[in-house]
Design a protein around this ligand. Structure first.
Ligand code: AP5
Ligand code: MG
Length: 217
């Protein structure tokens, strides 16, 4: 069963790899960041609560995030697996998932962690353009779309994320080291942790993750 967590610092390539994994394995992509951004765009109560927090690079409170993920994991399309991108991000979220997974019959089976040095993350974030419709990520320097400014997958116009500025990125990176990186030891202890070097090129990272998933599906 592929019940997967994709983790890594901001800009490591989680969203980029997720797009390819879901195309190959046919499991839903659950990105808490994408869910919050959709809610912000629609002006929902959740979006209104999350907007300022996300734009300055801080983490949305655990209770809001955990409830949202639990509802999403209970949906029918997660019965054959799921790919969590950007959740959990705190020990409290990981503990909650450890409890809820078995309760709903969908425990996490694999953790895929992609890491990249800080100086490369800064460059990637500066050059990133994203699709507001399907969530695909591009880069004006390294991963250009076929037609400038247009999403290859769905044809929508690409945008720059509000939190992709140097000030918010600094806060996101600090939060990652303080709150999210401790999850590495948490999942090593669980025996389901797998590390990938995000510097070996998109294709090679992708092939490595694909082999791991094929062997565990
Ligand atoms: P989220 O949307 O999850 O953002 P993030 O974790 O900061 O990660 P990013 O999406 O920025 O990076 P990525 O790893 O997906 O990189 P990408 O593939 O795009 O969260 C946003 C915010 O929402 C948080 O700050 C927080 O406020 C809130 N939030 C979300 N989840 C939460 C939670 N659980 N709890 C509390 N708050 C939460 O790639 C980046 C760039 O690099 C792209 O331009 C891409 O083209 C390029 N690239 C990718 N791979 C390669 C490669 N191999 N070589 C060269 N370039 C590459
Ligand atoms: Mg992402």
């Amino acid at each position: 069963m592929l019940n997967i967590i994709l983790m890594g610092p901001p800009g490591a390539g989680k969203g980029t790899q997720a797009t390819r994994i879901i195309d190959e394995f046919g499991i839903p992509h659950i990105s808490t960041g994408d869910i919050f951004r959709e809610n912000i765009a629609k002006g929902t109560p959740l979006g209104l609560q999350a907007k300022a927090i996300i734009e300055r690079g801080d983490l949305v409170p655990d209770d809001l995030t955990i409830g949202l993920v639990k509802d999403r994991l209970c949906k029918d399309d997660c019965a054959k697996g799921y790919l969590l991108d950007g959740f959990p991000r705190t020990i409290a979220q990981a503990e909650a998932l450890k409890k809820m997974g078995p309760e709903i019959g969908r425990p996490v089976t694999l953790v895929v962690d992609i890491t990249v040095p800080d100086e490369v993350l800064v460059e990637r974030i500066a050059g990133r353009r994203v699709c507001p419709k399907c969530g695909a990520s591009y880069n004006v320097n390294s991963m250009k779309p076929k037609v400038e400014g247009i999403c290859d997958r769905c044809g929508a116009e690409l945008i720059q994320r509000k939190d992709d500025n140097p000030e918010s990125f600094k806060v996101r990176l600090e939060n990652y080291y303080a709150q999210t990186q401790p999850l590495v030891d948490f999942y090593k202890e669980e025996g389901i942790y797998h590390h990938f070097d995000g510097m070996i090129g998109f294709q090679k990272v992708s092939e490595g993750i694909s082999s791991l998933l094929q062997a565990n599906k």
